[in-house]
Design a protein around this ligand. Structure first.
Ligand code: ATP
Ligand code: MG
Length: 363
């Protein structure tokens, strides 16, 4: 049983470069936490501090009741998998996988037993005598994983392990990863900027931006109740529509249409802001009959992108005298569109509201 605790971790390179700002996280046994965020937000710095490859400026790292902050990487009992695989090029697969066990002077019979277990689990039996240069990218990544698993560490750390693979292989190895980590219990911290990986693999996702945690929650919560405008726009593909609208009384104005503000905002008139950000995912925008009384907006469709099972419509909506807003709608690929003038319904239970100043979720 291990619990990884990161307590108020900070990394400051200079007053202008503070990639990690007071982050606290807990990852328990059987939990798979993903650090998700755009390039440069501090994901690798965070992971490297946990691994001991980088000293934090402030904060502590605990494994169970052991403060590992002062320990060298080799003394932390954590295994890290890098994007670059970092295999020994002169050693065959067998030697690559067992190197760390031999270093720890494990009895030969134990080394062989663990090697057999892990190579069977990862389908590496027929590759054990090959050198890394004789393997494909996916096979190399599996060897890198095997090398981490064979150590049976207390904590697994993975930094973008799939990003060197092509799209098809990434999908396949992602599914393999899920199965492998579901079968073992040590806490996993996984770094990626790929939201599909984060959503499919994790039990918890921490969305990072500019060195701070924007939201820490289960993947479905992140998707269905994003805590702020950044998370709303970062998670989900195609991206959530985010429209800045003027407020009038208890309504937000979308062109000629008025959309009721949600209860908690409407209830306190003095708190109604001048502008508000309305979010709706493209798959939640419904196309309705032109005269339908459900229509709450009307748009001119200027682009149709065919995505296979669905098509993505880009619609231009009149808004004010000169302004137009763009809204995207994801509809079934075979939905008939008799005209490029399209009526839309925005279901009230699918709307997200954000403060236009702070970006925080409202309601
Ligand atoms: N040694 C260093 N000195 C100064 N700044 C650094 C140093 N290492 C990293 N940084 C800065 O810290 C920030 C975070 O870097 P980090 O590698 O953690 O980002 P990341 O989220 O892993 O990005 P990516 O997705 O591109 O890998 C970046 O702005 C980077 O330029
Ligand atoms: Mg990185």
């Amino acid at each position: 049983m291990a619990i990884l605790k990161v307590d108020n971790l900070n990394k400051t390179y200079s007053p202008k470069s503070i990639p990690v700002k007071n982050v606290s996280l807990t990852v328990k046994d059987q939990e798979f936490l993903t650090l998700l965020g755009p390039s440069g937000c501090g994901k690798s710095t965070m992971l490297r501090m946990i691994a001991g490859l980088e000293m934090p400026t402030r904060g502590r790292i605990w494994v169970g009741d052991r403060d590992v902050t002062p320990l060298r990487p080799g003394d932390r009992n954590m295994a890290m998998v890098f994007q670059s695989y970092a295999l020994y090029p002169h050693m065959n697969v067998r030697a690559n996988i067992s190197a760390s066990l031999r270093l720890r002077k494990l009895p030969e019979s134990d080394v062989n037993q663990r090697l057999r277990d892990v190579s069977a689990k990862l389908g590496l039996d027929s590759l054990l005598d090959r050198k890394p240069s004789q393997l494909s990218g996916g096979q190399r990544q599996r060897v890198a994983l095997a090398r981490a698993l064979v150590r049976r560490p207390e904590v697994f750390l993975l930094d973008e392990p799939l990003s060197n693979l092509d799209a098809l292989l990434r999908e396949q190895v992602r599914a393999e990863l899920k199965q492998i980590f579901e079968r073992q219990s040590a806490p996993v911290v996984y770094v990626t900027h790929d939201q599909t990986e984060a959503m499919t693999l994790s039990t918890q996702v921490a969305v990072l931006y500019d060195g701070t945690v924007q939201q820490l929650a289960a993947p479905s919560e992140i998707y269905h109740r994003p805590a702020n405008r950044f998370v709303a726009g970062f998670v989900g593909s195609p991206q959530m529509n985010l429209l800045t609208l003027m407020c009038e009384g208890n309504f937000a104005c979308l062109g000629a249409y008025k959309i009721p503000l949600p209860e908690p905002i409407a209830r306190s008139p003095q708190a109604i802001p001048q502008t508000i950000v309305l979010g709706i995912r493209p798959e939640d925008v419904a196309v309705v009959e032109p005269a339908s009384d459900r229509a709450i907006a009307e748009g001119h469709c200027f682009l149709i992108e065919n995505l296979g099972t669905a098509k993505l419509l880009s619609l231009s909506i009149p808004h004010g005298d000169r302004d137009r807003l763009t809204l995207r709608a994801l509809v079934p690929h075979d939905l008939p569109l008799p005209s490029d003038q399209i009526s839309l319904h925005l279901p009230s239970d699918r709307l997200h509201w954000f403060d236009s100043q702070t970006g925080d979720r409202l309601g």
